[in-house]
Design a protein around this ligand. Structure first.
Ligand SMILES: *Cc1c(COP(=O)(O)O)cnc(C)c1O
Length: 351
């Protein structure tokens, strides 16, 4: 770590901010007569939720093998992305660096916060072109670098040595989005947060835990950065219903393991199936729960699948003639294969 100083990176208004102090901040003994928050005394969901999601965080800390003080919970990763912008980037002045093609929310959130995005294309191996970013890493107006690994929509992991070298040399914040890490052959960077004070890892319960509708995004970082996130977040950002549901779901570790391993087996099967199809020209390697598939005419095929009520993601605007296809249940995958094979016959007959 060359010269990282957290206080210098944080926007002054955030450093000086007196955060909202919630009614419950001063009392943590559990049961009591609560006449402090203008709640309705009757009902089931009548109380404000725990602003720090203590129980849920303790459970997550156990599962992720990190300390509770290194954990932040956002209303989806999307909230976390926005909070990071508000903490570290001055609107109209600062910039971020991303590697395209990648997850769309980084640049949408940047635009909402009036932050310029410098987007460097990944190289032919879908890796970061380390040489071409050397001057950008030294540029002090670039406050954050977003690395998505495994990357969406390409599916591959970014080289570990390159991530480490950016963490070493960059004096801003490195946001490492590990939304798909549980499907990956690579290890998480979560055990490196004490080596790299500029590292913010994002994970989520939306993918491997199958809880997308509960909106639980995780930040794993230094205590200092977690404190800043807690300072800026809306006090009650995770509803009590969502905290309870997530906590209950996290007890079902065995089921979660089975679902992930089923998805991995199905992914292997789908790679084999796609590779046998004439209309598929390339299947990209995947460390995630989706496949990026290059086909002969992505726009046409996408429409045909839609006509059959099968919805995939047309990524031909960012990756030439590519569809991004999530791995579904064995039955759903079978249906997709059958539909594609029927489509292939139609195309052949048309010619
Ligand atoms: C799906 C996904 C997420 C998850 O976002 P949530 O808001 O937590 O549901 C984050 N990053 C990437 C790259 C994703 O593809």
């Amino acid at each position: 770590m060359s010269n990282f100083k957290l206080e210098k990176l944080v926007r002054e208004n955030i450093l000086n901010l007196t955060p909202y102090s919630s009614a419950r901040d001063e009392y943590s003994k559990g049961a009591g007569t609560f006449l402090d928050a203008n709640e309705n005394p009757f009902g089931t969901y009548n109380r404000y939720p725990d602003p720090y999601q203590t129980e849920l965080k303790n459970k997550l800390a156990e599962i992720k093998q990190v300390d509770t003080s290194n954990l932040f919970i956002g209303n989806g990763s999307d909230e976390l992305i926005d909070l990071l912008f508000r903490i570290f980037c001055k609107p109209g002045k600062d910039k971020i660096l991303t590697f395209s093609p990648t997850y769309g929310m980084y640049s949408v959130s940047a635009e909402i916060n009036d932050i310029e995005v410098i987007s460097m294309p990944l190289n032919a191996d879908l890796q970061i072109d380390m040489e071409s970013i050397q001057s950008l890493i030294k540029n002090p107006t670039i406050k954050m670098i977003f690395i998505c690994s495994p990357n969406n929509p390409t599916g591959n992991s970014i080289n570990k040595v390159d991530i480490e070298s950016i963490l070493q040399d960059f004096n801003g914040i490195v946001v490492l989005d590990e939304a798909y890490i549980d499907f990956s052959s690579q290890e998480s960077f979560k055990d490196k947060i004490s080596y790299y004070p500029n590292l913010v890892i994002m994970q989520t319960l939306s993918k491997a835990w199958g809880l997308a509708s509960l909106r639980i995004g995780l930040g794993i970082s230094s205590i200092e950065i977690i404190k800043l996130l807690n300072k800026v977040k809306p006090p009650y950002n995770i509803s009590q219903a969502n905290q309870s549901e997530a906590l209950a779901a996290l007890e079902k570790v065995a089921e979660q393991k089975i679902s992930v391993s089923t998805i991995l087996m199905e992914r292997a099967k789908m790679i084999r199936e796609f590779n046998q199809m004439d209309l598929v020209t390339k299947v990209y390697p995947s460390d995630a729960n989706f496949l990026l598939v290059e086909v002969k005419d992505a726009d046409y095929l996408y429409e045909q699948l839609l006509n059959n009520n099968i919805i995939v993601r047309n990524r031909s605007s960012v990756m030439n003639s590519c569809l991004r296809i999530s791995i579904g249940t064995p039955k759903e995958n079978q249906l997709l294969i059958q539909t594609l094979k029927r489509q292939a016959t139609l195309i052949t007959e048309k010619v």
